[in-house]
Every structure is written in structure tokens, then in C-alpha cells.
Design a protein around this ligand. Sequence first.
Ligand code: FES
Length: 151
Amino acid sequence: TVTRYLLRVNGERREVDVEGDTPLLWVLRDELGLTGVKYGCGVGLCGACTSHVDGEAARPCVRTTADSTRTPITTIEGLSRDGDHPVQRAWRELDVAQCGYCQPGQVMAAAALLARDPDPDDEAIEEALRDNVCRCGTYPRIRAAVRRASR
Ligand code: FES
């Protein structure tokens, strides 16, 4: 049954009319036009869709819309006003992306890590980003950018 859901996305209240079990990823991309959130596997394994739910890294491909109404959601589009989050700056300075497809998810995973641990050691960085897959293999630059963005 199509139902109206009220979501809080990137600081705005957004209403969508969808079936409750619609994956949040489709709502973000197709209903709200937030196509910085990428579809990779659709089953929570690749990290391409990583966004923040209540400030924590989360995978909207495996959350239903009905389960997403109570907590603030942030996508890469809402991470900073004009791309000036420290993680985004470090990403540009080190020219991290190759094809770029996985990078919004990588950036969001890194930003969530630094929000809870501003000075992570290499092990913590590895742990936080281990399940964000990059087919181009930009891992060394990703890790370096996270270190640069930390204080
Ligand atoms: Fe969500 Fe792969 S698309 S984890």
C-alpha cells in the first residue's frame, strides 16, 4: 500500500508517497533526486550507498522507508554546504577518486568515523572503511585522506 512518509533528509522535512518496504536508497535517489547516493549491490555489502542515519554510517539499500521516519538522514549532498567538510577537502587535495563511483560512500563512512573519533589510528580507519569496496583500488589514497582530515 502506498503511504505518505515524512522523512528528515539533509535538514529538511520531505514527504514521500511510497510503499513502506521500499528501500530508503530508492526514495533518496528516485523520489528526492539525491543521486550522490550510489547503488552498488543493494544488499548492504559494498558501501556505495553509505549515508548517515542519526549521525552514524548506515546503508540505505537495506533500510526500509517505514523504518527511516524517526531519525535524521544525511546524504553526501548534505554533508557540507559547499563541499568544504574536512574529509571532502582532503579528498580533493589528495585527488583520491579514480572512477569515483564508490567515493560518496567512502567519504560518508570517513566523516562518520571522524565525528566519533577525531584522531583515529590506522586500525580504527581500517575497521571503519573495511567494508566500503573500491573496484579501482584507491584504498591507499582513501586511507591517506582520512589521516589528513583527522586532527
Ligand atoms: Fe548499499 Fe551496496 S548498495 S551497500
